[in-house]
Ligand binder design. Sequence first.
Ligand code: IMP
Ligand code: MG
Length: 177
Amino acid sequence: MTEKRVKSVLLDREAIREKISELGAEISRDYVGKEVLLICVLKGAVIFLADLVRHLDLPVQLDFMAVSSYGTATETSGVVRILKDLEGSIEGRHCLIVEDIIDSGLTLNYLQENLRSRRPASLKIVALLDKPERRQVEIEPDYVGFRIPDEFVVGYGLDFKDRYRCLPDICILGEDD
Ligand code: IMP
Ligand code: MG
């Protein structure tokens, strides 16, 4: 069996920590006086969520969604299926989708449409990573940690075939060897 290997570190833990603290401050300013429901997209965004919430100076609640998009290990097909839905209603609530990475944009495009139909008071997106070159549908996150080149990355929650999620740095995955 061929194995993909981590090639290099793209963003180290210190850079991630600093960026999340900035994002937390920005989001806290924008939502001042409001209560926010953070909607974490499983599984990739859990580590980002866990760090981000500790930089928010706001009353927050958490809920989780799991979606799967059909496709190969590194390419989505755009057909999205909900594997786990939110626990509660979002009607009239200020919702912030917490996502690990935006690639083609198809997953978030679907999620945004789906959640909008449930009539939240507001709906925004925070993505730790954005690969704008890969976009297939127009989708603009409200908050972005890092814009990165078109490389497949793992670590800090991001996986390849459910592996590498627990690496503390965000790394570029190499070719098979
Ligand atoms: P999109 O629908 O193409 O925007 O894909 C978004 C989803 O694909 C993300 O939530 C990730 O789960 C996955 N994904 C896209 N690019 C990467 C990557 O470089 N590393 C790991 N997962 C990725
Ligand atoms: Mg994901």
